[in-house]
Design a protein around this ligand. Sequence first.
Ligand code: MLT
Length: 263
Amino acid sequence: MTIETKIAGLHTRIAGDGPPVVWIHGFPLSSRIFDGQLSIPARHILPDLPGFGASPAGEGVVTIDDYTAAVLQILDAAGVHQAVVAGISMGGYIALALARTAMERLCGLVLIDTRETADTPEAKAKRYVTADEVRQGGTAGVVESMFPKMLTQKTRTSDPENSERLRRIMESASPEGVIAASGAMAERKSSEELLPSIEVPTLVVVGAEDAITPPSDAERMRAAIPGAELAIIENAAHLSNFERPAEFNEIMQRFLDRTEPRR
Ligand code: MLT
């Protein structure tokens, strides 16, 4: 059974039974990119960040810490003291911020196609150019430039149905949500210093063909986080869980089997 609810103003789905896993989506996406993970036996908590999926946009300047606070409110409202926090790309930035500010609420961390570093000055400036373009012309440009990097060329050709589903998810992002998230990512803190102090079991997953956050980023995080494990999924680009759900779910299931609630 899936419960659809609104917590902290955010549309959130809660589905399944088992260890709680909160899935935090990337940009410009929604929690729908995790639908392929719902077959994993777990209590899945799937928020749509503000302005994405079925969540209304927030107001004013938004930070990664604001998203983090909203996820904590969702865990509180769902009665979940500790969860495995799994974030992809921008969701990984949020998952790392959760580890920084509320490590006691995590019993596991899954970093999917993401990185720990802050933006370079060039990347940061580009985010604000993107935000201006969205203000003037809507989100079509962002979708067009990011869509080819999300899945491998092979999958885009061989699985047009799923590729179109992804495009529709991206097109459902609101301009306000995209502008706010661009600013939040531009201003995010580096998590480099945090990594050696992460004290929960950590799984790092990356698509072998991810050009946005390549395997070298994932390997760097694995090396810096005590005891972390790295899984590289072949024939996958930036959305490895979405593109290769069977492989991803097997890796995730093995990780969950080893993850216990902490005191
Ligand atoms: C994402 O998929 O969330 C974005 O590629 C993250 C980013 O632009 O840094």
